[in-house]
Design a protein around this ligand. Sequence first.
Ligand code: G6P
Length: 367
Amino acid sequence: GQVGKDGYRHYMEKELHEHPVAIGQTLQRITDPAAKKIALPALPFDAASVPRLTISACGSAFYAGMVGRYWLESLARLPVDIDVASELRYRDLPLADDGVALFISQSGETADTLGVLRRLKEAGQKIVSVLNVEHSTMGRESDLVLGMVAGPEISVASTKAFTAQLSVLAALSIEFARSRGTIDSQREESLTSSLLDLPSRAAEALTRGDAIRDLARIVAEARDVLYLGRGICTPIAHEGALKLKEISYIHAEAYPAGELKHGPISLIDRTVPVVAIAPSGILFDKTASNLQEAKARGARILAFTDSKGAKQLEGIAEHIVVMPDVDPFVIPILYAIPVQMLAYEVALLKGTDVDQPRNLAKSVTVE
Ligand code: G6P
C-alpha cells in the first residue's frame, strides 16, 4: 500500500528516523542474538577457500561496499577488489577461478550494477547480492540474496538502506572471518554484540539534531565543502559529500585526510568549511594534525567525533557533534547517520525539493 510520511516533513526525514529499526530488523534476520553469533543463510561457496571477492555497486551502495572491503580485508584476510559498476562493467578484469562477486543495491534494478552482475555470472563467478527489494531482477539472477530489511525507501537520496547494507556486510565479514579462522569465537561474539547494540546507539545518534544544525548553518552558506576521513571513515566522508551534493546542490568533495596536502589544500580558505569524520582511535592524531593544517589556512573545521576525540579537537574545531562511544568495528555504520542528517538540515535551509532532487532518479534503469 501507500507509504505515508507519518507527520514528518519529508520522506527523507522519516527514513532517517527509521535507521534504528532498519538496522535492528536486518540484524534480526542474520544473527542469533542469544548466542551472539552470526546466522546467515548457507553460502553457495566455501568461504574458507574463496580466493578473491569482487564488489560492485553505484552511489551510496558503492560507499557501503568500500566499508565492506575494509572489514573483509582486515577481519577475514580476504583479497577484495571494488569498483563502481559503470567502470567495472568495462574493465578487463582478471578473475579468479572460484571467485565470488558481491553486488549491493537498494532497488535491485540499477542498470549498471545489473550489467556487471550478468557479465561476472557469465564469467563463472558465484553471485551474491545485498538487496532491499529482494524480488527484483538482481534478486532473480543471483545465487544468493542477502536481504536488508530496511522497508520501502521513498526519498531519492538513500538513508536507512545504507546502514542496513552496512549491517549485512558487517555480518558477512564476521562470517567470512569465522570460516577462514581469522577470528576466534570470543571475538565473533564481541563483534556481533557491537552490531546488536547498534539500534540503540543509532537512536542516540538521532538526538544530535541541535548540534548538527549548528554545522548546517555554516555549510549552507558555502559554495564548496570538503569532507575528510581516514581509513574506514573515508567512505563515510564520501557518503556525506554525495548526500550534500544530491539534496542541497552545494559542491562537496570527499578526501582521505592524508591526501589533503597533495592537492585540495590549495582550495582552502574561510569560505570552504571542512567536515571531518574523526572518531578517536589509531589514526585520530594524524587526522587531527591534518585538520590543524586546514585551520591554519583559514578553514572552519566542523567535526563528528566521540567524547575523547572532542577533548582533543576543542581548540581546532568550531563545532563538534559528539557521538556515542562504540566499538571501532561499527563506527562507519553509526557515523553515517549524522552525516546524512547534516545534508538534510542543509537542504532544509536551502529550501530544495528534498525528496525529489532535480535531475536524480531513485532507481536508474538506463545505462
Ligand atoms: C541512484 C540513487 C542513489 C543510489 C543509487 C544506487 O543514483 O539516487 O541514492 O545510491 O541510485 O541505487 P541502488 O538501488 O542500486 O542502490
